[in-house]
Every structure is written in structure tokens, then in C-alpha cells.
Ligand binder design. Structure first.
Ligand code: ATP
Length: 398
């Protein structure tokens, strides 16, 4: 049974449709990230799953139970926020134990200094202690159980928040940008920790982030959102290699995909880029159609200006990253409104030892035609095939 299922969920604020007809299934034990720019509806969707907001239409199921009209407290989901929301006056042990003491002890039993309680209540309390201890050990918090949140590092506080969520044994984990308050190094560590933890406990998780790298490194599947809709819901590898549209191609991948506006030439003559540049690609569109050709940085190579089959390009900027060098170039285009287009070429650092390109220099850019991603005038990806492959196929079928 799927962990979280959304069916045709809609949410309007006045005339503004924040969420439009969203269907989404998060499998049991699956980790799904919602990614998209500010205002695309990620938080609204998460809040509706949590029961902190309500859909105008549609249904929400968690752990096989319909919860559309069920209050947040009754949904058995754990929400982890960026601000941790820890109780500053309670110790780590008490913070983690809170959901269990609230659920399992009466108001009197939560005041042990005033009342020792019955044997049954002491047994429940020691059971809670054991659970808290186990979770704290798993999170590397065993040595700070008696400290208050103020004495902890950002990463430790985040782990306490996670611990408090885990002890509830929820049917789903919901994360709202939980790492955005942490510095870059800690973010990277916590990414791995959360992903590892998730694999160990195997509960459906929905993770909201505007950071696509975070989503790519952590999630089993990513829903790329725009303006209240899901553009594509797929594995990170699939989104990168087979984006459904230009918006997804732009969202996923660092550095950003390079995009060249082009026109389909008559007689299957390929795609015209600049005055003298033609990409020999077959795209099955009529002559004169406008398309956009996308290249990832690792599918481009630097060459000399006179190298055959390369696009003439001017170096705009060179970013030295250690293992890699990113060379940003401008390619002249003949398309109205696009005098030049920008591409990024990834060069293995070691290849640049002899001669690193310099800003303003002209060079040739070779393209891996078999990896080109082509989009039609509406931004939807269309099939593209280098001419030689197309010809070979014709012969094979001929
Ligand atoms: P961010 O990354 O900035 O948090 P988001 O993708 O999470 O953005 P939401 O916060 O879900 O986006 O907002 C989606 C849209 O709904 C936005 O246009 C926002 O202005 C609108 N919106 C959200 N909550 C409300 C509200 N309570 N009242 C009116 N409009 C709202």
C-alpha cells in the first residue's frame, strides 16, 4: 500500500490557483522531493498532506487511509521544519520524548516530581526512556541527552528534531526545507544523514526544497513543480537525461543546461543555429519550425576555431573548480531576439593544465549530437536523431 497518495488535489487562494489538479503517489518507504521556484506551491502541497491546510478539491490518503478531512494531529505524520521548533527549556531527552509522553502519559504522569505514579505508569515511562535512548544512539545524540537545545550545534539540533519525529513512528515524514538554516558543509553532512536514516526506517517521505542538488542527492524520485502543477515526476537520472520539457531541463543539473535557439531547415537539412552553423539533427518537425537545442556541459568539448563541425564561440568566463573547469561561452545565433546564446563546457581540470582558455578568446565548441536535447516551440521535448543514425536506420528498415 502506497505511503502517500494525492488524487486530483486543488487549492485556490481567492482567484489564484496555488495547486491545480495534482496527482502524486509516494510509495511505502520512498523518498520524494518537491522541487521548484518560490511560489510554485511546494509548501502548500506539503501543508495539505500534513493537515495544516485543506484542498478545495481532491483526496489525500496516508498509509492506506483517506485523511482528506482528518485533523493534523490525527494523521500520524511527522513534520520537520527548518527552524527545528525544539522546546528550549527541555533537555534533548525530554524534547525527543515529548510525542511519546503526550501520547502515552496522563497530565499527572507527566509531573514525576509531584507524583511517582503507579507501577504501570512507571513501566510506561521506562519504556519511553528506552525508546528515546535507542533513537538518540542511532542519531549520535547519546552523549548530549541531558543538554538543552541552546548548548547544541545546528546539526545536533536538527538531529533532535528528527529524533522527535522518529519516535512517533509516523506513517509519513514531511520535511519543509529542513536544511536551509545550516552552513554549506553541514548541509552536505545532514543530507547524507537524513537519506541514510530514511533508508533504515523505510517510511514514505516528502521533502520540500528549492535546492535541486539536495533533491538530486537525496530523493528516489523528484516532482518538479511550476505554477501549481507537477511538470515531471521521475528519478533524478531520468529527469537529467530525459526531461519532459525545457523548464525541467533548466531546473535539473548543475551547471544549468545550455540552450541554443534554432530553426528547422527544409529538406531535412538539419537545424540552423547561426549564419553558418547547422546541427545535422533530424527532429521530425516541418521546415521553418522554431526549436531549442540543449546541451549539458559534459556533452560539449573545446576545440580550435578551425576544427571541422564545431560552433564558433567566444569565452565569457572561466570557472576553475579543481577537478573540473567550467568554460562559459557565447555562440552567435541568427534567430530573432537571440543574438547570442550561452553554453557551459565542462573540461576535466587535468586537460586544462597546458592551456586554460581566457576571457574574450575565440574557440570552437564540439557537440555530442547523440546527447542533444531538443524542445519544440512550446518547450516540450521532441525526439532528435543525428543524421547519420537516421540514415543507418532507414537502410536497416529499407
Ligand atoms: P517558497 O519556496 O517561497 O516557500 P512555495 O513553492 O512553497 O514557495 P507556496 O508557499 O506553496 O509556494 O505558495 C504557492 C502560491 O500560493 C504562492 O503564489 C503564494 O503567494 C500563494 N499562497 C500560499 N499561501 C497563501 C495564503 N495563505 N493566502 C494567499 N495566498 C497564498
Amino acid at each position: 500500500m502506497a505511503g502517500v497518495v494525492l488524487e486530483n488535489v486543488c487549492r485556490r487562494f481567492g482567484a489564484h490557483a496555488a495547486i491545480e489538479n495534482i496527482d502524486l503517489t509516494v510509495g511505502e518507504g520512498e523518498f520524494v522531493a518537491l522541487v521548484g521556484p518560490s511560489g510554485c506551491g511546494k509548501s502548500t502541497l506539503l501543508r495539505m498532506i500534513a493537515g495544516l491546510d485543506w484542498p478545495d478539491e481532491g483526496a489525500i490518503h496516508i498509509g492506506g487511509r483517506e485523511v482528506t478531512g482528518v485533523a493534523a494531529a490525527e494523521r500520524n505524520v511527522a513534520m520537520v521544519f527548518q527552524n527545528y521548533a525544539l522546546y528550549p527549556h527541555l533537555s534533548v531527552r525530554q524534547n525527543i520524548a515529548t510525542p511519546l509522553t503526550m501520547r502515552q502519559l496522563t497530565a499527572w504522569e507527566r509531573l514525576p516530581l509531584l507524583w511517582r505514579g503507579s507501577a504501570a505508569s512507571r513501566a510506561r515511562r521506562s519504556q519511553i526512556d528506552a525508546e528515546v535512548h535507542e533513537v538518540a544512539q542511532a542519531l549520535g545524540l547519546g552523549h548530549v541527552l541531558d543538554l538543552k537545545p541552546g548548548a547544541l550545534s545546528g546539526g545536533q539540533r536538527q538531529r533532535v528534531a528528527l529524533g522527535r519525529a522518529i519516535v512517533r513512528q509516523p506513517a509519513a515524514f514531511l520535511y519543509d526545507e529542513p536544511l536551509s538554516n545550516l552552513d554549506a558543509e553541514l548541509r552536505t553532512t545532514m543530507r547524507t544523514e537524513i537519506a541514510d536514516l530514511h533508508r533504515r526506517i523505510g517510511v514514505a517521505s516528502v521533502y520540500v526544497t528549492h535546492d535541486q542538488v539536495e533533491a538530486m542527492t537525496m530523493a528516489d524520485r523528484i516532482a518538479v513543480m511550476r505554477a501549481g502543477r507537477i511538470l515531471q515526476f521521475d528519478s533524478p537520472a531520468q529527469l537529467y537525461a530525459q526531461p519532459s520539457c525545457i523548464e525541467v531541463a533548466r531546473t535539473i543539473g548543475t551547471p544549468c543546461i545550455g540552450l541554443l535557439p534554432a530553426k528547422v531547415l527544409a529538406g531535412d537539412g538539419g537545424l540552423s543555429i547561426g549564419l553558418h552553423s547547422v546541427l545535422p539533427l533530424h527532429v521530425g518537425q516541418s521546415a521553418g519550425a522554431d526549436v531549442t537545442v540543449g546541451f549539458r556541459a559534459e556533452h560539449l568539448q573545446l576545440a580550435t576555431t578551425d576544427a571541422a563541425g564545431t560552433l564558433p564561440a567566444r569565452v565569457l568566463n572561466v570557472e576553475y573548480l579543481g577537478a573540473d573547469v567550467l568554460v562559459h561561452v557565447a555562440v552567435a545565433t541568427a534567430q530573432p531576439g537571440h543574438s547570442e546564446a550561452r553554453l557551459v563546457v565542462r573540461v576535466a581540470g587535468i586537460d586544462c593544465r597546458g592551456r586554460t582558455p581566457v576571457k574574450g578568446e575565440w574557440l570552437g565548441v564540439g557537440v555530442d549530437l547523440g546527447r542533444a536535447l531538443v524542445f519544440d516551440a512550446d518547450g516540450q521535448r521532441i525526439d532528435a536523431m543525428p543524421h547519420d543514425t537516421a540514415l543507418r536506420q532507414q537502410v536497416a528498415h529499407g
